[in-house]
Design a protein around this ligand. Sequence first.
Ligand code: AMP
Length: 114
Amino acid sequence: MTDCIFCKIANKEIPSDIVYEDDKIIAFKDVSPQSPVHILVIPKKHIGSLNDLDEEDTSLIGDIFKIIKKLAKDMGVDEEGYRVVNNCGELGGQTVHHIHFHLMGGRKFSWPPG
Ligand code: AMP
């Protein structure tokens, strides 16, 4: 999608602080971190939100969670714990309409979320 900021990051049209990349997935530091570790993990192909997932995306989402597990270990937050967030739609708080998973760690998170 030409006007999608995360597609532009995936295509290296705009800079980002990339921490992981393969042929289907890219992970980069959130530009406005809300915790000491705050990484966004996205598929390179444009999927608008969780609502737009197809049956064929099942293994892609599984791979994203494998990368999240690896990154949590690499960032040193696996043992103390971390949070994975997907915001979907307006009430879910989604502001970038390319599906992404926040990997957040390095501080205590409260529940319920705001
Ligand atoms: P969400 O509110 O779940 O859609 O999250 C979007 C996230 O993308 C926010 O945490 C933003 O700080 C982050 N973000 C927006 N633009 C960029 C960018 N160019 N590079 C890195 N993170 C970004």
